[in-house]
Design a protein. Structure first.
Lengths: 756, 330, 172
């Protein structure tokens, strides 16, 4: 391989290092207006009357929009979860919900105009927790959902009751965690501009421009080809930027009404409260094992607080279960997952969604191991997913190196020397998890790519793949470069622009390499095949005997019999043939599989598997945790760029483990979020981080591009589990409520001491 | 988010500054480093008509060592204090406390005066309008209810400044000037103990400098801070301790100060009884630290539960006393 | 409410003087981005916590969102744009790129400037000193590991060995 498997420098980072890379809030267009959104101060209220007349009359205000300016059609990720109107006119359902917006010549005027909008509300009783929302007689947030149940996913495989009867040992526990949040470095921002032909150009941080353009075209009643979501540098997504946002619609409405470009820049609070957060969750887990610690039966009930609207509800309810069933073998398993509406900000799919669920599963494995006298690594080895298995919901696992990730992580961590032998309040723990590479996404589940060539041998790759910072643009360049046999600097990229690039599922559900990368690879193969016909004639060889590498096309085994790549292109042109390549990839999933109605069948074409081991020291006086070292081993299929893959492991571990399990949680006063910014929502800092050892495991997936699957998600999730496992080992007591803030750790130590 | 509109005042002398303070009394905010004030302006917790800069006042900058005291002008940056050789050598706990504030870029512009006179903090108060407008105004905002503790009639927002406890442990004094007058008070006396208006400094007074008296004989002091992360955070518990030893090696003076327990740092007077008159080896640190617990009026208004923060007061107090004793013994 | 009159403020940025006529309540951050179109400094928190708005003031990193533009008058402001350009990257920028210390890039300008200020004063920092110096710059993507490696690598390039370190605990 010339470049696959090499840690080549990324194509996008020099511009970021110099500050030249432009994010949405950095854009300025001529005569651009400043947009600001008016938000509901009530958690639940009917909108009785909206009076914008004084705001409209304020000098400098160019447009004001309210519910009357929007179609009032309800949008939803799924046809059966359509419950959100952008700019509601009936009622508001959470503090911070958009109610109106203004566009003015400067920020001061826009802020003043917001104060001049008079809205009459009739406050309604509100609910702020799953318990309150499900209580009989609780106010309904959506009339269509009795008991405020948004989604209920039921899965029942085998015979769980029989499994428990036959189990040697059964344990049950309830695990919970409050909301956490994405805190992408870049707060949400939108710039919308209509051109003289009525085409909308719109820029915003997104995890898939094609996922944005269709809902926008619906909301704005414009044909899809006039809605152009443009390429922009994006400051992180982590699962929270795939769906249409009210800000997108509002900004476009303002721009249309004002006849001028409009920019809305969210404050950090708005990003936290008015885009997406992660779900809070309570999971009751019962696990039964045989004498050797093989899981025979598992029964889980999980309630998630989804906030005021559905978002990706069915996916959110399902994913924690699915990750677990992929990671660990179990014959009999039952799942009852509920997503419940509350009058709180909307919760979406998050990179490390389901910390209570995942940590509960693994903590139980630790407890079972202790009961049976085997060590936590051993019990995971005994239950680890294997290649060729079917998951309980009938996905075939085609490539899997879970066992290798466990063994290599344990080896690197010197587990055997440490387990049970560390000094008091010094602990080591392990977590394992697995992640889907691509959710079923209907007609948007596939990716297509085009490649065109210049006569000097350069190529332009046109792909819908989007980069949120993880390195997807570079991935495409590496793949195209390898397949075409030209250098990365010969490749120009046009990506993530709905006017120009073909559809792609976006960087959601870990599928960009597998799906988007495959499409690019196929397009390159297509172009190369066409080019080889001309090169073959020139080299007096057969096309199947040719190879391309280092800007040359040559006969395999005879590198002197070659022509430059550029010459082959000109040859084709001279014969009246303009060479281009086209490729599409649709992951082989079961099209009948549906999250709620039919949660069986091939879920995604392939899965990644990861193990994290963490070593910690706990201060028994304060409960504060010092994380000593971390080992992260993931089966990524193939590392297209090892340093980029390591970066995903390191960042994922930091978010899911260090932050997710030690310091990140939201505090509430009813429906008011009390820590919406980075001063009181504590993200890990540089001095907090342990030494991180990344171990790349490659199972060479047969379908992935060069064998690649996905990078980092199985670490992000298993890190959470490993942190809990390590801390509980350090203090010799279980903790079921997360994150592991020092007060909870101290309480667990004190409880243990009391029990003697 | 734009700051709320205000006019900017740039006095060229301290006298001019004092005249401006007087002329615009009650409608003026001082922006020294601005690291506390600008945040509150952005949140619209403050909406003054004037913001006064101290940047052109060299009299408010600098550290001077005198025979019996060290003088730190109020406009001196925290970084300068943390790095100053005299502060480090003679009042190490003060240097340490300055070096633990927030993060290096904040310490580069934050000042002594600004850090001492920072507003008290509470999750329910320190919010932007987006969050505050969805609830009634609290006591500290001039409203009638406490949002952190239902039924509370006084504000228990928390003073989380790092410098003040260390300065109080050394019995430092603050110089306050206003047009035509000047007074010197112990740093401890700057605090009212009331969350709603935490300081006894008048609207037209300017803190110009702090004087730390040179202790006599052998002494040691320590500042200890507990926070959730290894940077950035305000303390959820902190304490400073000072001990000095007589020529015979007996503790003749001891001061224990705890912070982050309520609206003001607290000098734990009863703690001295368990320390004074004993040698460092015989000192009853446990009992001294236990005295601090009574001062812990924590309520659930910060990120960690009050019950836990109250427990930590004893832990941090003991650590500070031990630190001071080792410093003296060394 | 009466409109506030603008004031004249001259800022010296990246070695050039810029006479501005701005609202007195404009922060340095806003002045750089809106008046001078230097968009390298970013806002991620609006609270002086994240460090994305970091610029150098007389060579030291500061939160430009907490400084009024007027407060920067008479002082040297350095933004990321003053450091290097593509094709002529500053060694620290080069190190960040080659060590994969950049993912989404939003925190990067602030991180690089803070690192530069560190290396200007402490040319051979330990890992602990690097982490302490960067403790006020929040990164959500990288976990900091490769950022620290990049700064260490850059220190080897920008300083002779055996350099004198600054006093411990200053966290610069």
């Amino acid at each position: 391989m010339s470049i696959i498997g090499k840690s080549a420098g990324r194509v996008d980072t020099a511009a970021k290092a110099t500050g030249e890379a432009l994010f949405s809030a950095d854009l300025t267009l001529p005569r651009m207006l400043v947009g600001k959104v008016l938000r509901s101060p009530h958690a639940h209220a009917r909108i009785l009357h909206v009076d914008t007349s004084r705001a409209e009359r304020l000098p400098g205000v160019r447009a004001v929009v309210t519910g009357t300016d929007s179609t009032q059609e309800k949008w939803g990720v799924f046809r059966y979860t359509q419950d959100q109107a952008f700019l509601p006119s009936d009622k508001v359902r959470f503090i911070g919900e958009e109610v109106a917006a203004v566009a003015a010549i400067d920020e001061e005027t826009a802020l003043e105009a917001l104060d001049l909008i008079r809205i009459e509300y009739e406050e309604l009783p509100a609910v702020f927790s799953v318990e309150e929302a499900m209580r009989p007689g609780a106010p309904l947030i959506h009339d269509t959902n009795p008991g405020n149940i948004n989604v209920n996913v039921k899965i029942d495989v085998g015979d769980v009751e029989k499994g428990f009867i036959e189990s040697y040992y059964v344990t049950e526990g309830t695990f919970s965690a409050p909301e956490d949040s994405y805190f992408q470095a870049e707060p949400y921002a939108v710039v919308a501009s209509f051109d003289s032909s009525g085409n909308l150009d719109i820029w915003m941080p997104n995890a898939g421009p094609h996922l944005k353009s269709k809902p926008l075209s619906n909301c704005l009643r414009m044909p899809l080809n006039k809605v152009r979501v443009r390429k922009i540098t994006i400051g992180g997504a982590f699962g929270g930027r795939s769906e249409i946002s009210p800000a997108d619609v509002v900004c476009a409405l303002l721009a249309r009404k004002a006849g001028l470009p409009v920019k809305i820049v969210y404050t950090r609070e708005e990003n936290t409260v008015a885009t997406r957060q992660a779900h809070s969750m309570i999971a009751t887990i019962k696990t039964g094992v045989d004498r050797e610690g093989h899981v025979i039966a598992r029964d889980i009930t999980c309630h998630m607080d989804g906030g005021a609207y559905s978002s990706t509800g069915p996916i959110a309810v399902s994913v924690p279960f699915l990750c677990m069933e992929q990671a660990y073998r179990m014959e009999n398993v039952r799942y009852n997952g509920y997503r419940v509406f509350t009058n709180k900000p909307i919760r979406g799919m998050y990179r490390t969604h389901g910390r209570a669920f995942a940590c509960g599963v693994d903590l139980q494995l630790d407890m079972i191991a202790r009961e049976l006298g085997i060590d936590p690594v051993e019990i995971r080895l005994r239950n680890a997913r294997r290649q060729g298995d079917y998951t309980p919901t009938k996905s075939l696992v085609v490539s899997c190196a879970m066992t290798e990730t466990i063994e290599r992580a344990a080896d690197a961590a010197r587990w055997k020397e440490k387990w049970g032998k560390l000094p008091p309040f010094h602990g080591i723990g392990i977590g394992c998890n697995s992640v889907q590479t691509g959710f079923p996404m209907g007609i948007r589940g596939g990716s297509s790519a085009f490649i065109k060539f210049n006569e000097d041998g350069g190529a332009t790759v046109i792909s819908g793949v989007v980069d949120n910072g993880q390195g997807n643009e570079n991935m495409i360049v590496q793949i195209a470069s390898e397949e075409l046999g030209i250098m990365p600097e010969d490749i120009q990229l046009i990506t993530a622009d709905t006017e120009v690039t073909p559809s792609d599922p976006g960087s959601y559900s870990m599928c960009e390499t597998f799906v988007g990368g495959n499409a690019v690879r196929l397009a390159a193969k297509d172009a190369k095949g066409k080019l080889f016909k001309f090169a073959a004639r020139a080299l007096e060889a057969k096309p199947e005997d040719l190879e391309a590498r280092g800007r040359k096309i040559f006969v395999k085994g005879e590198p002197e019999r070659s022509i430059p790549f550029a010459r082959a292109i000109r040859l084709a042109l001279s014969k009246g043939e303009s060479i281009s390549g086209e490729g599409s990839y649709w992951p082989k999933v079961d099209p009948r599989r549906e999250w709620v109605e039919n949660p069986f069948g091939q879920l995604s074409e392939t899965f990644s598997f990861g193990t994290t081991i963490i070593e910690v020291q706990v201060d028994p006086e304060t409960g504060l945790v010092d994380v000593v070292e971390a080992w992260a081993a993931q089966d990524v299929g193939r590392a297209i760029n090892p340093k980029v893959v390591e970066g995903q492991f390191e960042g994922g571990l930091t978010m899911g483990g260090q932050g997710g399990m030690l310091t990140e949680y939201h505090l509430w006063d009813g429906g008011r979020c009390l820590n919406p910014d980075q001063l009181d929502y504590r993200l890990p800092l540089a001095p907090d981080m342990p030494k991180i050892n990344s171990i790349i495991v490659e199972s060479h997936d047969p379908a992935g591009p060069y064998g690649a699957k996905e990078a980092g998600m199985s670490i992000a999730m298993s890190a959470a589990q490993a942190y809990v496992s390590a801390v509980c080992n350090a203090i010799g007591a279980p903790i079921n409520e997360y994150p592991l803030t020092p007060d909870k750790i101290l309480e667990a130590i004190e409880n243990k001491n009391r029990k003697g | 988010m734009r700051l709320p509109p205000f006019q900017y005042l740039l006095p060229g002398t301290v006298k001019e500054a004092l005249d401006m303070l007087h002329a615009h009394k009650g409608k003026l905010c001082i922006a020294a480093g601005g690291t506390d004030v600008v945040n509150r302006l952005r949140q619209r917790l403050l909406t003054p008509s004037y913001v006064m800069s101290l940047k052109d006042l060299p009299e408010l900058q600098g550290i001077k060592k005198r025979k019996n005291e060290l003088l730190i002008s109020a406009g001196t940056s925290l970084r300068e204090i943390a790095e100053d050789p005299d502060v480090c050598a003679l009042f190490g706990a003060v240097a340490l406390s300055a070096g633990l504030v927030a993060a290096p870029p904040v310490r580069n512009i934050a000042t002594l005066g600004g850090n001492i006179l920072q507003e008290t903090r509470c999750l329910f108060y320190d919010q932007s309008e987006l969050v505050r407008k969805a609830a009634l105004p609290c006591l500290k905002q001039g409203g009638k209810v406490c949002l952190a503790q239902k039924g509370a009639t006084r504000c228990l927002s928390v003073y989380q400044g790092d410098l003040a406890p260390a300065l109080i442990a050394f019995d430092a004094k603050a110089v306050l000037k206003k047009a035509g007058a000047s007074r010197t008070v112990p740093v401890l006396a700057l605090f009212s103990g009331k969350g709603k208006q935490p300081f006894t400094v008048e609207d037209d007074e300017l803190l110009t400098r702090v004087a730390i008296p040179m202790p006599k004989g052998r002494y040691g002091a320590s500042y200890e801070k507990l926070r959730m992360r290894k940077g950035l955070d305000y303390p959820f518990a902190c304490a400073a301790a000072f001990v000095s030893l007589s020529a015979k090696g007996v503790i003749d003076r001891a001061r224990l100060v705890v912070g982050a327990v309520g609206p003001a740092p607290v000098l734990v007077e009863e703690a001295s009884a368990h320390l004074v008159g004993r040698t460092p080896a015989d000192a009853d640190c446990e009992a001294a630290a236990a005295c601090a617990v009574k001062s812990a009026h924590a309520i659930d208004n910060l990120a960690l539960p009050a019950a836990y923060r109250r427990k930590m007061v004893k832990v941090i107090a003991r650590r500070a006393i031990n630190g001071a004793l080792s410093g003296a013994g060394a | 409410m009466a409109k506030i009159e603008k004031i004249r403020v001259t800022l010296r940025v990246n070695g050039e003087e810029y006479p501005l006529f701005i609202a007195p309540y404009l922060t340095l951050f806003e002045a750089l981005r809106e008046e001078l179109h230097l968009t390298g400094a970013k806002e991620s928190c609006g609270r002086g916590a994240c460090g994305s708005c970091t610029v150098l003031l007389d060579g030291r990193p500061v939160r430009s969102c907490l400084l009024l533009a007027a407060e920067a008058e008479g002082r040297e402001v350095t933004t990321i744009e003053g450091l290097g350009r593509q094709g002529a990257l500053h060694p620290i920028q080069e190190a960040f790129v080659s060590h994969h210390a950049i993912q989404c890039g939003f925190c990067t300008p602030g991180m690089i400037l803070t690192a530069k200020a560190l290396l200007d004063r402490n040319p051979d920092p330990t890992e602990e000193e690097i982490r302490a110096a960067l403790s006020g710059n929040i990164c959500r993507c990288t976990g900091y590991k490769k950022i620290v490696e990049a700064v260490k690598a850059a220190s080897a390039k920008t300083a002779p060995s055996g350099a004198i370190k600054t006093a411990p605990g200053s966290g610069e």
